[in-house]
Design a protein around this ligand. Structure first.
Ligand code: CP
Ligand code: NVA
Length: 311
């Protein structure tokens, strides 16, 4: 039982590995779970979402639960009600809450007062459900060889970069993060990851030169240059113009390189349309896996007494 899932750092290695194994069981072995039977799960979102919202709503129903979508602008939170009071109120009605919000600090404050499990569905700091799902996508494709992959994240040092740094440390992966000097990932999270990496032999490297970073990579991951929380779009686009994933850049990676994107994509900004289409199968498999991974996360969070099926 892990309580809240606000960040990758809320998991220990064993639980993180169990999530990946259980996801495999949900996707391929018809693992049966009604761990949300008679449970009401709120989805409190202050930002748009396609994948996260729909995959959580479907996953909750498949686990036997009921989901209630709570758009922030329809709640008193939008008029300034304290996160502490909102958390204490919602805890009286619901059994769990999935939150997408701009401020990670707001999420932490809400979670401090919540007596029901809280799941982070994206903040300005991190996107842990996406990153766990991405590890599953890599595990599904490469099995134990996942630890030998050379993975590159290229683009903005944003919530996705931070989340990938965290999972790489947790699972012992080799990750290069290539960003412009002015857009490096969160320092505190990186320090935590480098400390954790000593235990797992993860190799996490920061680089600013795309041509150096791309060399011999098996996986190239990118994300939008302008995130939902960003106000300085023009500045970001101009800083990132040499960090696009295109045919020319990919010609320096391994021949069989796979491209990943958490979506939504802004074609011809962070990734060219031709590269996106060439790698669409892998990218949309990534999107599908959100559903299976989040079912595993919720099963473990809400049914702490159950053993993970395949171990
Ligand atoms: N990747 C992701 O979280 O997508 P949405 O913003 O559509 O939920
Ligand atoms: N970095 C992006 C991720 C979207 C899933 C954002 O925060 O908008």
């Amino acid at each position: 039982m892990i309580g809240h899932f606000l960040d990758i750092w809320d998991l220990d290695s064993e639980t993180a590995n169990n999530i990946i194994k259980l996801t495999l069981d949900f996707k391929y072995n018809n693992f049966y779970s009604k761990s949300l039977q008679n449970k009401h799960i709120g989805l409190l979102f202050s930002k748009p979402s396609t994948r996260t919202r729909v995959s959580f709503e479907v996953g909750i129903r498949e686990l036997g639960g009921n989901s209630i979508f709570l758009q922030e602008n329809a709640l008193q939170i939008s008029r300034g009600e304290d996160p502490a009071d909102s958390a204490r109120t919602l805890s009286r009605y619901l059994d769990g809450v999935v939150i997408r919000t701009g401020s990670h600090d707001w999420l932490l404050e809400f979670s401090k007062f919540s007596t029901i499990p809280v799941i982070n569905a994206l903040t300005d700091l991190t996107h842990p459900c996406q990153a766990m799902s991405d590890v599953f996508t890599l595990y599904e494709a490469f099995k134990e060889n996942i630890k030998n992959l050379n993975i590159l994240y290229i683009g903005d040092g944003n919530n996705m970069a931070n989340a990938l740094i965290s999972v790489s440390a947790m699972f012992g992966l080799n990750l290069t993060v290539c960003t412009p000097k002015g857009l490096t990932p969160n320092k505190e999270n990186l320090e935590k990851a480098l400390e954790f990496a000593k235990k797992t032999n993860a190799n996490i490297v920061l680089e600013h030169d795309p041509l150096k970073a791309i060399k011999d990579k098996d996986i190239v991951y990118t994300d939008v240059w302008v995130s939902m929380n960003d106000s300085d779009a023009d500045k970001k686009i101009s800083l990132l113009k040499d960090y696009q994933v295109n045919k020319e850049l990919l010609s320096y990676a391994k021949k069989e390189v796979k491209v990943m994107h958490c979506l939504p994509a802004k074609k011809d900004q962070e990734i060219t349309a031709d590269v996106f289409e060439e790698h669409a199968d892998f990218i949309f498999n990534q999107a599908e896996n959100r559903l299976h991974t989040q079912k595993a996360i919720m099963h473990i969070l809400f049914d702490g007494t159950s053993k993970v099926a395949s171990i």
